[in-house]
Design a protein around this ligand. Structure first.
Ligand SMILES: Nc1nc2c(ncn2[C@@H]2O[C@H](COP(=O)(O)OP(=O)(O)O[C@H]3O[C@H](CO)[C@@H](O)[C@H](O)[C@@H]3O)[C@@H](O)[C@H]2O)c(=O)[nH]1
Length: 225
């Protein structure tokens, strides 16, 4: 059975050969590009990936376009920047395939030498703590590598199209009483600087996006347990 893997991609030409070359058997890469200037889309297509060109900008818009393009029962998401090893996808998708979890998040464990700026770690830790309080869960990471069922995800009705998309997914899943699990994944040294959290400004923008999602959730539904 095939599993589609959604990879939001913004100027990741340098990372794509490694990432796509390590896609395990049975996993199909769907690279969602919205305006890379470095030929990422062309390289991804040459490497055999399915390429989706999303006209709207934003990380969440790319995730949503990839989810819409996917056709498999179970769908994974991961960054395309070589900070995560696709060989770990079976570990993340396994509990969903086995019916043991509805959403699995890869908890990043920093590999030796991996660059994970302090401000990005701090931003992630603060958001994860708020997520724990909101959901009554033990989540330690926002899970850049994750897996769930496609139709169930579409039914969640995630509206954020910016960086709040992954957070909104978890909040809505918790509200719907999904079984959410975490598994460890290696966090690796990356190619170039992170687009989103590579700078303090980018991290603050991401945190702002996520707080906006939390506030919106507060206004519409109770996600605390
Ligand atoms: N298509 C598209 N892709 C994007 C965009 N912005 C970022 N990406 C892609 O999305 C992935 C993640 O972007 P990064 O720039 O590497 O994100 P990050 O700062 O490392 O943020 C990480 O931490 C978050 C939680 O703390 C995670 O939620 C996120 O997935 C990511 O791993 C990369 O593959 C990048 O190319 C965009 O606007 N459009």
């Amino acid at each position: 059975m095939r599993i589609d893997v959604v990879l939001p991609c913004l100027n990741e030409a340098a990372a794509l050969p490694w990432v796509l070359g390590r896609m395990p058997h049975g996993f199909r890469a769907i690279v969602v590009d919205n305006g890379s200037a470095d030929g990422s889309a062309k390289i991804a297509a040459e490497l055999g990936a399915t390429v989706v060109s999303e006209p709207r900008t934003g990380f969440g818009a790319a995730c949503h376009a990839g989810l819409t393009a996917a056709t498999s029962d179970v769908v994974c998401f991961m960054d395309a920047d070589a900070s995560l090893d696709p060989e770990q996808l079976p570990r993340v998708s396994g509990p969903v395939m086995a019916g043991e979890a509805d959403l699995v998040l890869g908890r990043r464990v920093r590999a030796p030498g991996a660059s994970w700026p302090a401000h990005a770690r701090l931003g992630n830790a603060v958001l994860a703590r708020r997520l724990r309080r909101r959901t009554g869960s033990r989540l330690r990471d926002l899970g850049p590598m994750r897996a769930s069922r496609r139709v169930a995800l579409l039914r969640l009705g995630i509206v954020d199209r910016r960086f709040g998309y992954p957070l909104e997914m978890v909040l809505r899943a918790a509200t719907a009483r999904w079984r959410i699990a975490e598994v460890d994944v290696d966090y690796l040294p990356r190619n170039g600087r992170s687009k989103v959290t590579g700078t303090v400004r980018g991290t603050l923008r991401a945190v702002h996006d996520m707080r906006r999602v939390m506030a919106r959730q507060d206004g519409t539904q109770d996600v605390s347990t």
